[in-house]
Design a binder for this molecule. Structure first.
Ligand code: ZN
Length: 187
């Protein structure tokens, strides 16, 4: 996807190293993963939706790991450790939905309850956060970008996973209103 002339690159882009600038531009140009959903991965996504409605932490953790494993298998990369915790940490800027740690081995932490009222996060929001954090992992492993930025292409890839694996929501809308809030990638 070509960047229109009206769409400027963020100011920080010009402070990046040449290698990181190349990673940014390449990330921005890729709108989806090369992935054909299998019955197993669709079943795993469906199971995770159901466990989130039921709200039992152990079942949610197991289902999230199963879905992540299926996606890693489809994209031919090693599985990644997924930990599901309770109430989201928060500060003045908002709530933290999830974190990708680029450690060895890499891992992802997701929170299943809102900071304000301790309610279970909406299933689509939780799964979108899982896809978001996996997106950071896939930037390094599947796309081999060497860096992971929140480019327009990054969010398009996240949305393409939502479209491929989750049923359309009631309004038929693709985007959740609160999509991708409160994420941090830590190294
Ligand atoms: Zn992120």
């Amino acid at each position: 996807m070509a960047r229109g002339e009206s769409e400027k690159l963020p100011a920080f882009f010009y402070r990046l190293s040449p290698a990181s600038q190349r990673a940014y531009l390449r990330s921005d140009s890729i709108g989806k993963f090369d992935l054909a959903p299998t019955p197993q991965v669709l079943r795993s996504a469906d199971l995770l939706m159901k466990t989130l409605v039921e709200g039992r932490p152990a079942a949610i953790g197991m289902a999230a790991r199963q879905l992540a494993d299926e996606l890693c298998r489809l994209l031919r990369v090693p599985p990644i450790s997924i930990e599901v915790r309770g109430v989201r940490p928060h500060d003045q800027r908002g709530e933290l939905h999830g974190i990708f740690y680029r450690t060895r081995p890499p891992r992802i932490v997701l929170w299943m309850r809102t900071a304000q009222r301790h309610q279970t996060v909406k299933p689509r929001t939780f799964i979108r956060t899982l896809f978001h954090e996996l997106g950071h992992y896939f930037d390094y492993t599947v796309l081999r970008l060497g860096d992971s930025f929140h480019t327009r292409g990054f969010f398009q890839r996240e949305s393409s996973l939502v479209r491929a694996l989750l049923p359309a929501d009631e309004a038929g809308a693709i985007r959740d209103s609160d999509q991708s809030g409160g994420d941090e990638a830590r190294r």
